[in-house]
Design a binder for this molecule. Structure first.
Ligand SMILES: Nc1ncnc2c1ncn2[C@@H]1O[C@H](COP(=O)(O)OP(=O)(O)OP(=O)(O)O)[C@@H](O)[C@H]1O
Ligand SMILES: [Mg+2]
Length: 336
């Protein structure tokens, strides 16, 4: 077969493309830089992300997805086309079948926008798959057996909690609180505590370097330096931040995520809950890499927690291989 099946995780933070037989072929931030005067695309992905917050007035670095859905349709379409065409390089004769992961919480209008974008970007057929289902398949969980599996996918824009059994999502919650809100909480903390403004990329770096959410001495000892603008003098200022304070700054956001997991467990039938207790809660998505998140979830739910081996690429991989799973494919919404 010359036709390709492609799985896409069009994430708020990162876009990944998985091609069957090749693996992950695109892994770039979901950012695009355009010339504000002419509309010309200047950079896509990593090169564009470097420009966030640093652009002169005639250049705009845009994140076209917000909270897991398309916020700027025109720009998202350009980005999707760019990534699909990169994935298909050298295979221009056969249009691919494309499966795109979407948050469960998206509206019908948002679903249609994404399906259309896929077709316009050059797909032969486009299917949508719920992200936690893709994450579960991509992590090799057997979603078709009559056993409950709980997946918690914490991305940049959304946290999706789902219990899957017999190839379907039985109970779920989707919250528009995830990694981006953690960054915002850090920015807000630094502004309030030190009267210093830092950018979102700096906040993300702080989160990755010293972010944590469980009281542990080794987390307290983490530290990093940031530069920002002193709000009283308007001059640049350097600060040292420590693990303990960042943990406090992140508490509220993370507790929202924990509540969402607990709510989903409460809605889940007891037989499936006992499967989950047996197998553990499965964590995917970049936000799940926050230090101690697994420990906090274990403490709060009393259930063991397992992080996926490769939490950032599970959705793209699952989307790329789901077309082989005919029983699940039948349940997917598609066009083309
Ligand atoms: N080591 C880390 N610790 C904490 N957070 C991290 C780490 N590495 C990445 N992240 C965060 O993970 C998020 C991106 O994860 P992911 O790529 O799964 O999101 P996404 O799929 O693009 O978003 P969504 O699913 O919400 O649309 C970002 O907020 C990023 O800062
Ligand atoms: Mg995601």
């Amino acid at each position: 077969m010359l036709r390709k099946d492609i799985g896409i995780d069009l994430g708020t933070a990162n876009t990944l493309v998985y091609v069957k037989g090749k693996g992950i072929v695109v892994n770039e931030p979901s950012v695009i830089a355009i010339d504000a005067d002419t509309g010309e695309i200047l950079k896509v992905g990593m090169e564009a992300k470097k420009m966030l917050g640093k652009t002169p007035s005639n250049i705009k670095a845009i994140r076209p997805l917000k909270d897991g859905v398309i916020a700027d349709y025109t720009i998202a379409l350009i980005m999707l086309k760019y990534f699909i065409s990169r994935a298909c390089e050298g295979f221009n004769l056969f249009k691919p079948r494309v499966v795109i992961g979407v948050p469960i919480g998206v509206t019908d209008v948002e679903r249609r926008a994404i399906l259309e974008a896929g077709l316009e970007a050059g797909a032969n057929k486009v299917y949508l798959i719920d992200e936690p289902m893709a994450a579960a398949i991509g992590s090799n969980l057997d979603v078709e057996e009559p056993t409950g599996n709980m997946v918690v996918d914490i991305g940049g824009g959304t946290t999706e909690v789902a219990v899957i059994s017999l190839g379907s999502i039985v109970t779920w919650e989707s919250t528009r609180v995830a990694g981006d809100e953690m960054d915002e909480a850090i920015m807000q903390y630094v502004r309030e505590m030190y009267r210093v403004a830092i950018g979102e990329r700096t906040a993300e770096r702080v989160k990755i370097e010293i972010g944590n959410i469980f009281p542990k001495k080794e987390f307290d000892e983490l530290e990093t330096t940031v530069s920002g603008i002193d709000l009283s003098t308007g001059l640049p200022r350097k600060l040292t931040l420590r693990g303990g304070e960042i943990r406090e700054a992140l508490r509220e956001v993370v507790m929202t995520i924990v509540e969402s997991v607990k709510n989903t467990l409460e809605k889940t039938p007891p037989e499936l809950v006992s499967d989950i207790i047996e197998r553990g809660i499965f964590l995917t998505g970049g936000g799940s890499l926050l230090r101690g998140l697994d420990l906090l979830l274990e403490k709060e739910t009393g259930i063991s927690v397992v992080r996926a081996d490769d939490p950032l690429s599970a959705v793209a991989k699952g989307a790329g291989i789901v077309l082989e799973r005919i029983n699940i494919l039948k349940k997917l919404q598609g066009v083309g």
